[in-house]
Every structure is written in C-alpha cells, then in structure tokens.
Design a protein around this ligand. Structure first.
Ligand code: PMT
Length: 221
C-alpha cells in the first residue's frame, strides 16, 4: 500500500479518444481505449487524491471513488477539463484528442449516390486543450502533464512537443495499430521541462501511472 502522498489534492485526468461526428451515424475517431487514463485515475485515487476523470468514449467501469465526466468530442472535452481544472493541483491529459473535426455536421445520414463521386470531407482545427491549460494555469503551482503518442522519432518529436505545448511533463509513448492502444501495458520516457528524462520500462499501465504521480508529487512539493 502506498503512502497517501496526494491526499488533499484535486487532480484532473482525461482519458479515451474523442469522436468527431460527420452525421448521426459516423465519426472520425482514434484507437484509444482509455486504459492508460483510467490507470492514472485509479492510482491517483489510491494515493489519496480527489480525482475528476474526463472520459471520452471509453467503455470501462467507473473507478471507485472517482468523479467521472463522460464526453464525446474535443470541444466537450475542453469544456469539462477547463471547468475541473479551475481548482486542480494537477491536470494530466492522457486522452487522444482529435486535432481536426469535420467542418460541417449533416443532421441526416449522408447518402451514397451511385452516379456521384464521394464528396470530400473538409476539416477545421480543434482547440489545443493541453496548450490552453498550460498557458492559463488556473491555479498557481498547478502541474500540467501531457502525453505524446508518436510513431517515429519518438524522443525528438516529444522534446519539440513539450516546448510547443508548454506543459511541465510530457509522457512520450510509441503507438501503432496494435501498440499501446488498447493493451494492458505501456513503456515511455517522461520528459521534464527542466530537461529531465525518466524512462519507464515495459509494464502495466498502472506502473507508468505511478511514475507520473511520483513526478507530479515532487513538483507539488
Ligand atoms: O487509451 P489507451 O488505449 O490506453 O492508449 C493510451 C494512449 C496511447 C492514448 C495514451 O498513452 C496517449 O499517448 N495519449 C495522448 C494521445 C494524443 O493525443 O497524443 P498527441 O501527441 O496527439 O497529443 C499530445 C498531447 O496534447 C496529449 O496530451 C493530448 O491529450 C493533447 N491534445 C492534443 C490535441 C488537442 N487538440 N488538444 C490536446 O489537448
């Protein structure tokens, strides 16, 4: 059993993958299952934190003692995260957020017409929630953690992303069609804005989650 080193703290975790609807039956989505984010929520609760879990389209059981806020799209996830972040000591963005969404939503199912070419899908940019939370710091000393899902040049892309997003810590993990997404295990390097690098060996998603909370707890002092 761990020390309750997050007792009295409020932490916000986002999990799962956003879905950006095209019409009532179709969406643009990604392969996130929510398992990494849920592991973060469970381990934070076990360490005594009050936890708000903003869950995008995850079909996982609600962790005991955690306040779960279900959302669908990136815009909904932004609203829920910003609301919860207002009095949070730490915000951890493990959700896979769509960078773009369809520019228009068809109120009725888009029909296939045999004599026509398919219509192109126009996309518009979604808000960057991690960059916004990092820039705003709703509460002084708030620790902000991002995740970076990369398929190549993992560390170089991670360092650049850490700078761009302005967070304190960035958990860089490699993903692929069958890698990390949906699996019980993960491996990562946690990059710090202070230049630190903390490697986390392949193992259960809870182990990576606990390393993230160790680093957050250090920064909260
Ligand atoms: O859910 P699992 O199946 O367990 O898989 C876990 C995971 C691979 C989804 C997770 O470990 C992970 O890497 N999550 C982040 C996925 C992601 O969106 O990465 P990114 O490199 O595209 O985004 C970087 C960071 O910015 C992330 O913290 C993301 O939440 C955030 N972001 C991205 C886009 C956007 N518009 N707003 C954001 O806040």
């Amino acid at each position: 059993v761990r020390e309750p080193d997050l007792a009295g703290r409020h932490v916000v975790v986002s999990a799962g993958g956003t879905r950006e609807p095209l019409d009532p039956v179709r969406f643009l989505g990604n392969r996130s299952s929510g398992k990494q984010g849920y592991a973060l929520a469970r381990t934070a609760a076990a360490r005594g934190a009050r936890v708000t879990l903003v869950a995008a389209n995850a079909s996982l059981p609600d962790p005991a003692g955690v306040d779960v806020v279900p959302v669908g799209t990136a815009v909904e996830l932004r609203e829920a995260v910003l609301r919860a972040a207002a009095d949070a000591d730490a915000v951890v963005m493990a959700a896979a957020v769509a960078d773009f969404r369809p520019a228009t939503y068809a109120a009725g199912k888009i029909k296939k017409k045999d004599d026509q070419e398919p219509a192109p899908v126009t996309l518009v940019r979604n808000p960057d929630i991690l960059a916004e939370v990092s820039a705003e710091r709703a509460r002084s000393g708030q620790v902000v953690v991002g995740f970076a899902a990369e398929t190549d040049d993992v560390l170089a892309n991670g360092r650049a992303k850490l700078k761009r997003k302005g967070c304190d810590l960035l958990v860089v993990n490699e993903v692929g069609e069958r890698k990390t997404f949906g699996s019980e295990e993960n491996e990562a390097v946690v990059l710090g804005a202070d230049g630190s690098e903390t490697p986390v060996a392949h193992g259960p998603k809870e182990a990576l989650a606990d390393t993230v909370w160790d680093l957050v707890a250090e920064r909260l002092g």
